[in-house]
Ligand binder design. Structure first.
Ligand code: TXA
Ligand code: MG
Length: 372
């Protein structure tokens, strides 16, 4: 891939970039370039979803497997008319309740609406309307549907600050709009409507199952959503049925890849608070004795009880939203501190905790221990 210089637009004191800068970023998108921008979840790397060449540059910059489709971002429900075939009442209701916001809907795609590189050849397209003024302004100004995966190198933790984007992608993308730290800190929830007022979660994220239920939707989980281990009911038979009929293919293709990983080898540890603490400390001491640099991912309530080279508090157990917000920055910090072995305390699985556990498990690449 050719190296370019990446334009950096910083937001002003009021938190907004100037109209001229926004225009520049939108022009770059319209002319087939790649622009990273903040959303309420994580930073996205945007390209004109209709242009195969532009979308190809996104895959190139990220080093992303080509069978992993992209989410298309819109600023206005009218943009849907050119993208998705007829919508059901359930789909319309979900949009009304959760857009703009961290809910991505998988919808039947209209022929030729977007580049086949966006959908990876599926007959569906994933669409969301981000709840971030800069993202909405950029999409509006560009006047096209914007395909945008998270703006990280494939496999790395998603970016929750413009500095993370530059760490991974400087010289590989056209530009980055700096809108400060993102709010939710984890990606959107990817769902498909599976019947009247009923949804299947393909990837847990910023909109929680509790929020979907409270809005009147029955919730089931795709086998690929990787949440079975976290004590979530399998909502009827959805998980097992899907697992039986499609043993290896999650409905959301991205779920099968290793993700979000720090460079050190991470293990996710669950169990009672005391057992978790004792297990992690013993493992860290043993690794230290072997001369390895150790890391512990804990919470504000528990961090003080550990001895290791890097003990990082990932927000508060009493407020898991704060943990979600800081997770990816904490994973990157372990890299900066050179941690070679990391143990992460599991968190409760309610609310945003479900998505948090899912990302921790992915970052641990399947290394999970129940300490009892
Ligand atoms: O919050 C987010 O969703 C962020 C911001 C930038 O919007 N974007 C994001 O994109 O997380 P990405 O590419 O990292 O993840 C997209 C997920 C993948 O798991 C992918 O497989 C799934 O959405 N996906 C995309 N199109 C799909 C489709 N047609 N059917 C099922 N899953 C799809
Ligand atoms: Mg991603």
């Amino acid at each position: 891939m050719t190296t370019t210089s990446t334009v950096y637009w910083r937001s002003g004191a009021a938190g907004a970039v100037s109209a001229k800068e926004l225009q520049e970023a939108a022009d770059l998108l319209r002319s087939g370039g790649t622009v990273a921008f903040p959303t309420e979840t994580v930073y996205g790397l945007g390209a004109d979803a209709r242009s195969t060449a532009a979308v190809e540059s996104v895959f190139q910059a990220k080093g992303r497997p080509s069978d992993n489709p992209l989410i298309v971002h819109i600023a206005d429900e009218r943009q849907l008319e050119g993208l998705a075939a007829s919508l059901t009442e359930t789909e319309r209701g979900l949009m009304k309740s959760f857009w703009p916001g961290p809910l991505t809907l998988v919808l039947p795609v209209l022929p030729d609406a977007v580049s086949p590189r966006v959908t990876a050849g599926l007959d569906t397209v994933a669409v969301r309307m981000p709840d971030h003024p800069l993202a909405l302004a950029l999409i509006r100004e560009a006047g096209c549907p914007v395909a945008a995966p998270s703006a990280n190198r494939s496999g790395r933790p998603s970016p929750t600050a413009a500095s993370h984007v530059l760490e991974d992608l400087a010289g590989r993308i056209g530009g980055v709009l700096d809108g400060g730290a993102t709010g939710v800190g984890l990606e959107s929830t990817v769902v498909e409507a599976v019947g009247e007022r009923s949804v299947r979660i393909l990837r847990p994220g910023g909109v929680t199952p509790e929020q979907l239920r409270a809005a009147g939707y029955a919730v089931e989980f795709d086998a690929g959503a990787d949440i079975e281990a976290f004590g979530q009911p399998a909502s009827g038979s959805a998980v097992s049925e899907t697992a039986a009929s499609q043993p290896t293919a999650p409905r959301s293709p991205g779920m099968k890849y290793a993700h979000y990983a720090p460079r050190g080898e991470m293990t996710l540890v669950s169990g009672s608070a005391e057992a978790v603490r004792a297990y992690i400390q013993a493992e860290a001491d043993a690794a230290s004795a072997l001369g390895l640099r150790t890391g512990v991912l804990a919470y504000e309530e528990t961090a003080a009880s550990y001895r290791a080279d890097a003990v990082l508090a990932c927000g508060s157990l009493g407020k898991l939203e704060s943990a979600a917000r800081s997770l990816y920055a904490v994973l990157r910090e372990f890299d900066e501190l050179g941690a070679e072995r990391i143990w992460a305390e599991a968190c409760p699985s309610d609310g945003i905790g479900l998505a948090l556990l899912n990302r921790l498990a992915k970052a641990a690449g399947g290394r999970q221990v129940d300490a009892g």
